[in-house]
Design a protein around this ligand. Structure first.
Ligand code: CMP
Length: 143
């Protein structure tokens, strides 16, 4: 069974959107197999967003993602990586369809409420960066 990493960002936590985000994935039929509220260190944030290191917005991205607590989650289900991306919507909330998390709850690209892994490789890497195996429930611990 596939697993993915989903994170409510500081703007989503601040705006009390953890519950609506949880509801979205649960209503779709996916299973929550891990979750925790965390304050990311600069080092942890830089490791998570390493692929964006050369982008001009990288320093602002790191400052923002460490500006308050995030809610890290592991979700499981058939095709959950791609389906979660559909539920989340496009990176720029102005382009995200109504009904998606970003389409319904955000305006700014830099404050787009939630992050979701974009591939099997990213999901494996990001889940390992945020969770110990012992923090994930269920028999099948693979992504
Ligand atoms: P996320 O899915 O978490 O992955 C990288 C993040 O960088 C992305 O969501 C956006 O929040 C952010 N991002 C992408 N492009 C820009 C941009 N042009 N300006 C600011 N932030 C951006």
């Amino acid at each position: 069974m596939q697993r993915t990493f989903i994170m409510v960002k500081p703007d989503g936590v601040e705006r009390q959107l953890i519950a609506p985000v949880l509801a979205k994935f649960q209503q779709k039929g996916f299973t929550l197999v891990g979750a925790k509220l965390m304050q990311l260190s600069k080092e942890h944030a830089e490791a998570h967003y390493a692929e964006h290191k050369e982008r001009p917005f990288f320093p602002d991205l790191i400052e923002f993602i460490t500006s308050g607590p995030v809610f890290a989650m592991a979700w499981e289900g058939d095709g959950v990586i791609d389906e979660a991306r559909k539920l989340i919507g496009k990176t720029d909330p102005k382009e995200a369809a109504p009904g998606t998390i970003r389409g319904d709850f955000a305006i700014e690209k830099s404050k787009n409420i939630v992050h979701g892994s974009d591939s099997i490789e990213s999901a494996e890497r990001e889940l390992a960066l945020f969770f110990e195996q012992s923090e994930l429930v269920g028999a099948n611990k693979q992504t």
